[in-house]
Ligand binder design. Sequence first.
Ligand code: NAD
Length: 511
Amino acid sequence: MLKIENYIGGELVTPASGEYLDNFEPGTGDVYSLIPDSDDRDVNLAADAARAAFPAWSSTSPEARFEILMRLVGLIERDLEDLARAESIDNGKPISLARAVDIPRAVANFRFYATAAMHLSNESYDTVRPDGGRAINYTLRHPIGVAGCISPWNLPLYLFTWKIAPAIAAGCTVVAKPSEVTPMTAFMLSKLCIEAELPPGVLNIVHGTGPKVGSAIVAHKDVAAISFTGGTKTGEEIARIAAPMLKKLSLELGGKNPNIIFADCNYEEMLATTVRSSFSNQGEICLCGSRIFVERPLYERFKSDFVARVSALKVGDPLDSATDVGAIVSKQHFDKIMSYIELAKQEGGTILCGGHSIDLSAEMPIEAETRPVGSVPLGAPTPHSALRNPHSNGWYIQPTVIEGLSHDCRTNLEEIFGPVVTIMPFDTEDEVIGYANSVRYGLSATLWTENLSRAHRMAAALESGIVWINCWLLRDLRTPFGGVKDSGVGREGGFEALRFFTEEKNVCIKI
Ligand code: NAD
C-alpha cells in the first residue's frame, strides 16, 4: 500500500508517531493509500525548517523566486495528466474537471504569483508639513516570516497552491497542511518541489488531521500568519487560538450562495450555466449556487427544463471522461448530504429529481479491475482484487432538485455542500434580496438579468463578497476573493494575497 510522506526540510520523511491513517478512494469506497498521522512533533520540525530557511529565502530577489516557481510550473504542466488522475481518484471528481480546472489552476496560481511578486510596489507620500516644510513617507514591505497554510478537500491542489504560491512568492517560508481527506496531489507536489530544487525548508508539508496537525500549526509560536480555507466552524476554532496570539489571519469559509434568475435573462445561457453552477464537482465548490430563486413568470418553464437537464447528467466513475458527476468525497460527507435530503423532505420539500444514492454496480458489469491507483509514476499497486466490481462501494448521489421549501427553513439556511439545490419563486426585487441575504453566509451570489440598472442595484444590495452577473466562476486572479458575514475574514487573490504575507513598515524622512 502506497505510503504518503511528509515533506520537511526538503526531504520526504515519515511521521514521528510512525502511524498512518487510511486514505479512501471515493469512487470505490476502498482504502488505497496511507496518510501520515502526524502531530505537533512533525509540526515543530517543519516550523524549525521553515524558520531556518526564512533569512535566505526572504532575501532572494523576486526574479530568483520567479525562476524557481516557474520550474515548478513546468513540472506541474509536464505531469498534468498524472496529477489530474490522482486528483480524480483521491477526491471523486470527474477526471474531465481535474484536467480542465483543478490542475491548470494550480499551474495558474504559481505562474500568477511568480510574476506578481515582481510587480508589487510600495507607496510613497510627499508630505507637506504645517510649517511649510516637507517630508517623505514611504512604505517598506517585508515578508512576514513563517506562514501556516491550511486547505480543504474540495479543490485539493487548486486551493493548496492558491495559498502556498503567494506566500512563497512574497518571500515567506511555509508550513502547510492539505486536507487529510485528499492528500495525494500535495504529496506529488512535494516531489516536484524537490525536482524543481526549491531550497529546503521553504515549503514544508505536514499531513494529518485538523485537531492534531492543523491546530498545532495555528498554535505554533513561530508561525506568524495563518491562511485558512475550510468550514466556518473550523475557522472559528482557528480564530479562537490565533487571535490571542495576535497572528494575522485570512479565513475563507463556508457559503450558501443564492442564484437569482429574472424572467428577462438570456435563458439558454442561464440554464446551461445554472446546471454547472449547481452540480460542478458534485456541488462541492464553495461558489456553487445552492438556493435558486426564479422570477415567477419564468418559474414553471425553468423548473421543467432544469429538471430535464439535471436528470440527464451522467453520474459515474470519476475516471470515465464522459462522467458529469462523480463520487462524494467521503462516507462521512455522503451521510451528511443524505441527512439533509431527509431533512428537506421532513420540512415539506418535494423532490423533483434525484433524492437518492446510486449503486453504480447495478449499471456496470463486474470486470477485472487493473487500473493503477494514485498516479502512474507513484507505481502504487492496485488495491482492487480482480473480478470484482470496483464501484459497488463508492459514494454516489443522484443530483437533486427540491421545491416547496421556504427560504428560512434549515435546508435553505445551512450549508449542504453537495449535489442538492432548492428552487423557489419570487415576485419582486426587494423580496428576493431579503431571501438572498437571510443566511449567515455571504460568499458569492449569481444574478441573471438583462436589465443593467437592476444588475447594478442588486449587486450593491447583495450581502456577499463576490457577485457573478450573467456568468459563474469566471475568474480573474487579480480580483479580491472572499466572503462577508460568516463566510470569512480578509481577501485572497491579486496583490491582496501578497500583501497579506508581508508586514508593512512606514518610514518618515523630514526634509
Ligand atoms: P474543514 O474546516 O473540515 O477542514 C479544512 C482544513 O482544516 C482541513 O485541512 C482540516 O484538516 C483542517 N482542520 C480541521 N480542524 C482544524 C483545527 N481545529 N485547526 C486547524 N485546522 C483544522 O473543511 P472541509 O470539510 O475540508 O471543507 C469544506 C468547507 O470548506 C466547506 O464549508 C466549504 O464551503 C469551505 N470552502 C470554502 C472556500 C472559500 O474560498 N471560502 C473554498 C473551498 C471550501
